[in-house]
Design a protein around this ligand. Sequence first.
Ligand code: IPM
Ligand code: MG
Length: 363
Amino acid sequence: MTSVAVLSGDGIGPEIVHQAMRVLDAVNTQHKLGIETAEHAFGGAAYDAHGTPLPDATLAACRNANAILLGSVGGPKYDEAPRELRPERGLLRLRAELDLFANLRPAMLFPELANASSLKPELVAGLDMMILRELTSGLYFGEPRGIEVRKGVRTGFNTMVYSEPEIERIAIRGFEIAMQRSRRLCSVDKMNVLEVSELWREVVERVGQAYPEVELSHMYVDNAAMQLVRAPKQFDVIVTGNIFGDILSDAAAMLTGSIGMLPSASLDSNGKGMYEPIHGSAPDIAGQGIANPLATILSVSMMLRYSLRQPGAADAINAAVSSVLSQGLRCQDIAGDADTQNITVVNTSAMGDAVLNALKASA
Ligand code: IPM
Ligand code: MG
């Protein structure tokens, strides 16, 4: 028995997870995977119902599951909540409690969507890169942190901290991913200013000695941001820390036309993982039934590949998504200049229907 914990969360989360679950149910039956799913309260919805974004029962269920499927969390409604109880804190705590330190954020351009990118099509055609973001340390988790009065002045502070073992394990993941791809790894840091980056670079270099086939390069984060929008195809795998990865992965996602297309995986050292779209809860369009469910559907595919070891079912979902795009179906976020092409703009559930139909047609 394989179990998947499902956390729909907030905003568009429930709408997109609903479609992703239909797809998971379909491949579960088609490929006889024996997967059981159960929903649990998480994020703002859990704060409303239980007074905490991560109830103990949800954490326990996630610990016991083989994988976790997450929609999205947060929304303006919770800006007033105590900082410790905000939905985002629940997400950070879940990542930390489950030691999901390796965050894989692919940025790949579906050929059909070259016009949806904010960059010229020739700069992004064929783009297929992977950002590996360290997810359970660095600036997000470093102590001390807080807001306090120092010599009569209110002062906010956080600490960017990485230990050698933390750098080592994410670097190893980076080299291993590079070995499976084009054997190029770019480590992004801010070594010219930060001591934490000095150690980062030293450890990445040392780990690299065990991977002589991988061509390792280093780049400062400000330059990396510029290069991403100047010539993104120079990158294959990027490995970087928590805050730099947060920022660069949003930029990389936008290169592909829509953040609404991209899945992600957050893995521990045993292959257990949490899978979620890269985009957020999009409170501005929540409840309208127009959100793009494809990033969440592709997150199910990543889950089947990385945690549940069902590459056949994962490939089937990817093929179904490609087929739907080549039929000209788009949610509004990736519609681009819809009337100049053979494009039909569809809503969330119609997109789910189309993926299901494509799955059936290929079975
Ligand atoms: C992400 C998000 C989260 C992060 C937020 C929601 C806490 O931006 O997954 O990239 O900053 O890690
Ligand atoms: Mg982010």
